[in-house]
Design a protein. Structure first.
Length: 713
């Protein structure tokens, strides 16, 4: 039986890691396709490990098995974004095999190509073209083999569902399966075949349910916390009460008295281990720890003053025209400040990892977006050669950028090395909040102007800590400048705890500021917010999505505030344009916001899987309700007060509005779909609140208290 035919079964089985030299022997026969992203492709076939020339460090490959199935090996992981389905669609179309025949092997650091990680909506748009090129070349090699087998020129052959046949006599045929059996071939295509035209796609562009959907619904899908090995113990690690805390002493005498518990101390790592996680937890609670503290004087009440006061020097990365000239041309000037607090990733699955040391090799099953950096870091911490560490990422229960870090994997590996037992580290929800790398709090200051015709004449944009992703002006402005202070999470000495990438890093903050500022100008000009945007846009893609979403809601022009509760916003992320229109209801007594409807038009080039892209759009819209309305981390210095969902409120089923989505059809290279639809949610809701009430909100989250305050003004 092919060991990779059923990858779920393979993951459940504890297979020792394989070295490169044993790799082909372990996989068996078939046609291998090696390819370097952006460079030449090597195509080889074999029935074992005998090769004349094999790349020492290949970047990726496909394997056409002897049973006709195709394994596709990628360094990316699956965390709900749908690459496990989109990649097979791309391979199936280029290789001319059935979609069901393509099986994904993702993120296994022994079997898959090196990859920096899964983030930035880059799987399909960045890796996809190379994968398609590899499949196209594999098809060309198979056609050559078919021509030799049938004694027919390649030009007379075609392929359908893995069967090569004579165009003039389809009875003369041979299958990929037959061609791969017992072959030992090394071929290099002198002329690289082109990938197919969009008009030739049979699988791409058609809606496909995610390949992992049924397994996730019926509970068969395996996550890191589902892994089990004989003799496995659970670790409960002593974590500090604050990011500013230093452990001075720890009395473990009472903890050691708990029957069956093993206490491990290795430098800064102190843990209680037991086969029963509750007993391990009981033991950890008995450790008497003393800490010293060096807290920053920052909390929710003064964070923006603190951050502004300590901001690094700014860097202007856009300077067009002359701001002073644009100010002279303006008849109305608008100067505003926008604020956005710290936000948690809040995945349903906390950080989890299981590690096992066997025969000198450390294998770690970890919920991580970055298996290869995790492998390197584990090897460095353990003092191992990298080839002696293997990271296997099962399915992830949500990441959103928060699982790029992999501290839990390092903790598990360290404990497994010390105890020589399989060790499970699964953070509880409080630990998940404490060690989360929050989306950084940020400030945006904008000074802009319009003339009597409602044309934007100048735009002076200053962004602190959010970085410049999504800070593109988008609009046609002759005089504009952008200055960035602290790029995203690159100011660890400023924030009281780690910060990091959060779905569309910085873009929701920048889009909120830009689109609310644009709405303010439209209202002052007395121009309908859709019309005002169209009047100031020249980018056709932006115009197309805005016109499309207006059509979706049968938009009736009106200047804001109209009392209707309609908001408009547009944005750009990961190569994709989006436009939103939302309808809200505001309770002026309580300040509660009910989002009734959200419509979103998205232009993402050629959409590989419309079903998957739609799911991502809907997920972004729902997740976006959280950061827009309620989510904000409570903290005091390095102490994180948000510890669970009773105090940190994420969207509930009762919040979900009526959602309409539209993906514009385009025959252009595919763009990202995992993040764009989230970036406008703060802006579109803020603009809808203004349209309903005349109250402007300049800070997210737009909590009931802040809505009431804005209504009073």
């Amino acid at each position: 039986m092919d060991k990779l035919k059923d990858y779920k079964e393979y993951l459940k089985t504890h297979i020792p890691g394989v070295k490169r030299r044993d790799f082909f022997k372990w996989l068996g026969g078939g046609i291998y396709v090696f390819f370097n992203v952006g460079s030449a492709i090597d195509v080889l076939a074999a029935d074992g490990e005998q090769f004349r020339r094999t790349p020492d460090d290949f970047n990726a490959f496909l394997l056409v098995h002897e049973d006709g199935t195709v394994s596709c090996f990628v360094g990316k992981i699956e965390m709900g974004q749908g690459a496990i389905t989109s990649f097979p669609q791309m391979v199936a179309d280029e290789l001319d095999v059935a979609f069901e025949k393509v099986k994904m092997v993702m993120g296994d650091t022994d079997l898959c190509p090196w990859d920096m990680g899964t983030f930035g909506s880059m799987s399909v748009r960045i890796l996809g073209p190379s994968l398609m090129a590899a499949a196209a070349e594999a098809r060309a090699v198979l056609l050559q083999l078919g021509a030799e087998s049938l004694g027919i020129p390649v030009e007379q052959l075609d392929v359908k569902d893995g069967i090569i046949f004579n165009k003039n006599d389809n009875k003369k045929k041979v299958s990929y399966q037959k061609l791969t059996k017992g072959k030992k071939i090394e071929r290099f295509m002198e002329q690289k075949p082109a990938v197919k035209d969009y008009s030739e796609h049979r699988v791409m562009g058609k809606p496909k349910l995610h390949q992992d959907a049924i397994a996730k619904v019926n509970g068969q899908a395996k996550y890191s916390g589902d892994m089990r090995l004989p003799g496995m113990v659970y670790a409960r690690i002593l974590h500090p009460p604050s990011h500013a805390a230093t452990l001075e002493s720890a009395d473990i005498s009472e903890a050691e008295k708990v029957k069956g518990v093993q206490i491990v101390r290795d430098g800064d790592l102190l843990a209680a281990l037991h086969e029963n996680p509750e007993i391990a937890e009981k033991s950890r609670a008995l450790i008497k720890a003393e800490y010293s503290f060096d807290e920053m004087e920052i909390d929710n009440s003064n964070m923006f003053e603190y951050l502004f006061k300590n901001a690094p020097q700014g860097n202007s990365n856009l300077n067009e025209g002359d701001i002073s000239t644009g100010k002279e041309q303006a008849t109305s000037i608008f100067e505003n400040e926008f604020f956005d607090g710290y936000v948690a990733h809040s995945p349903m699955e906390p950080h989890t990892a299981m590690a096992n040391l066997e025969n000198g090799k450390m294998t770690v099953w970890a919920g991580t977006q970055t298996p290869f950096p995790a492998k390197s870091n584990i090897a460095r911490v353990l003092g191992f050669e990298e080839e002696n560490v293997r990271v296997l990422p099962p399915f992830l229960g949500g990441g959103f950028g928060g699982k790029s870090a992999h501290q839990q994997a390092i903790e598990a590996a360290r404990l497994a090395q010390i105890t020589n037992k399989p060790v499970m580290v699964d953070w509880n929800r409080q630990e998940e909040f404490f060690y989360d790398e929050f989306r950084p709090a940020a400030i945006v200051k904008i000074n802009s102007g319009i003339d009597d015709n409602g044309r934007i004449t100048m735009w002076d944009y200053h962004v602190y800590y959010a970085g410049d992703r999504g800070a593109e002006t988008m609009y046609n402005i002759p005089h504009q400048k952008r200055t960035v202070y602290g790029r995203g999470w690159s100011a660890p000495e400023i924030h009281p705890f780690p910060t990091g990438a959060w779905r569309g890093p910085g873009n929701s903050t920048n889009t909120f500021a830009r689109e609310v500022q644009v709405d303010i100008m439209a209202a002052k000009a007395g121009i309908d917010p859709v019309e005002f945007r169209l009047n100031n846009l020249v980018d056709k893609r932006a115009i197309d999505v805005l016109k499309e979403v207006a059509k979706m809601v049968n938009w009736k022009p009106a200047k804001s505030p109209s009392g209707r509760g309609y908001g408009v916003a547009i944005g750009f992320d990961a190569g994709t344009y989006v436009a939103h229109i939302a309808e809200v209801e505001v309770n002026k007594d309580t300040g509660e916001i009910k989002v009734l409807k959200v419509s979103c038009a998205q232009e993402m080039g050629f959409c590989v899987n419309p079903q998957g892209a739609t799911i991502q759009m809907e997920g972004c819209i729902n997740m976006g309700l959280g950061y827009a309305l309620k989510e904000e981390v409570e903290f005091e210095g390095g102490k994180v007060k948000s510890a669970n969902f009773d105090t940190y409120e994420i969207p509930k089923f009762s919040w979900i509005p009526e959602i309409k989505t539209k993906i514009l059809e385009r025959n252009e290279p595919p763009q990202g779909g995992g993040e764009p639809a989230i970036i406008c949610m703060g802006a579109v809701i803020a603009n809808a609140i203004f349209d309903a009430t005349g109250a402007r909100l300049f800070r997210m989250a737009m909590t009931p208290e802040r809505v009431i305050e804005a209504l009073k003004k």
